[in-house]
Design a protein around this ligand. Structure first.
Ligand code: FAD
Length: 318
């Protein structure tokens, strides 16, 4: 069985959840091999973590210089590894960093690239991806026809599968060129801790729109009861009620959680573009003709300021 390389997405050795989702997808395509690229003495914890999610092998490259540089060294490491093991596919998280690594890698390998896949399946020896395109108006299936398929996958495209893998760690001796070290990270600001999951990675997102009237307490209360991230429509962001980092939609973030709860949001096409691939959608809106009800699995017609506190209380009592 061919290896499928999964680039470990981590912060100083702490593995992020999308990596486990990629390992679950890799199992469908071949033998999952994780790749750790990071600073010195950071790999051990990551190897242990990915082994619990089925990594049969973990290639490690620990180098203080890689840690301090932007994406170019990672693309070089993956190129050298791909040339050595000829994987069936290379899977990378669809983050800004992941997509830049994937793009550079595709050029280096002369391979095709598919970004923002929401599903990846094997069709015999072919890797077939599903993407949601043109503001979510079309779902397309695509495959790479040249070289090694390089695929970036959106968070929440698969459920992580806990399963002990062999996790055989193998140090990979990569050579980093001087050209890859031309952009250095001089400072990084950790995200302010909110205790809530990151919006694009969260399994549940509770969003609020203009209908909140600027009071996000009911939204945040329900989000905390569900262990969810908080999102917002552009109307809420433009009104100054929430920062732009919370905006879901065409000019905000794209989310694809297991559950999306839209509150006081009308369902404009630009908002839908950022959330309509969510697995289950619930809307609370006082207008029973709001367009958001066209795409929901469950709809509640009512005032969010009454519905959400009642739902939050019921959940907290469980
Ligand atoms: P509204 O459309 O005003 O809807 C408010 C809803 O709240 C209504 O349906 C109302 O019935 C309901 N409501 C009111 N009070 C209550 C209550 N007490 N309880 C329950 N329901 C209540 N929008 C985005 O969201 N994300 C984007 O990324 C984005 N990008 C855009 C890019 C472009 C180029 C353009 C032109 C627009 C973009 N928009 C985006 C804006 C988008 O077109 C809509 O204007 C916006 O999504 C509307 O936000 P909203 O649903 O919160 O507000």
């Amino acid at each position: 069985m061919s290896e499928v390389l999964v680039l470990i997405d981590h912060v100083d050795g702490a593995v992020r959840k999308p990596t486990y989702e990629l390992l679950a997808i890799a199992k469908r395509l071949g033998e999952p091999s994780a790749v750790f690229i990071g600073g010195a003495d950071q790999a051990a914890g990551a190897v242990e973590a990915v082994t619990k999610y089925g990594a049969a092998k973990v290639y490690t490259v620990e180098d203080t210089e890689i840690k301090g540089y932007l994406v170019a060294p990672k693309a070089e490491v993956l190129q050298q590894l791909a040339e050595k093991v000829s994987p069936a596919a290379i899977l990378i998280t669809s983050s800004a960093e992941g997509k830049e690594i994937a793009g550079r890698l595709a050029i280096k390998l002369g391979s095709g690239i598919i970004t923002d896949a929401v599903d990846v399946q094997a069709d015999g020896d072919t890797v077939v991806t599903t993407q949601s395109v043109f503001a979510g108006n079309f779902t397309v299936q695509a495959k790479v026809t040249r070289g090694t398929p390089i695929i970036t996958v959106k968070p929440n495209a698969a459920a992580p599968e806990e399963e002990a893998g062999a996790g055989a760690a193998e140090e990979f001796a990569a050579t980093i060129s001087d050209a890859a070290k031309t952009a250095q990270i001089v400072a990084s600001q950790p995200r302010k801790a909110t205790g809530r999951p990151e919006l694009t990675e969260a399994a549940i997102v509770v969003s609020g729109g203009r209908g909140t009237g600027g009071n996000f307490e009911p939204i945040e209360g329900l989000a905390d009861a569900l262990g969810a991230a908080v999102g917002a429509s552009r109307a809420a962001v433009d009104s100054g009620w929430m920062p732009h980092t919370f905006q879901v939609g065409q000019t905000g973030k794209t989310v694809s959680p297991q559950l999306y709860v839209a509150n006081g949001i009308s369902g404009a096409i630009q908002h839908r573009a950022g959330m309509q691939t969510s697995k289950t959608i619930i809307a609370v809106n006082k207008d029973d003709e709001a367009p958001i009800f066209e795409l929901v699995d469950f709809g509640v017609v009512g005032d969010l300021h009454a519905v959400l506190p009642a739902a939050t209380e019921a959940i907290n009592q469980r």
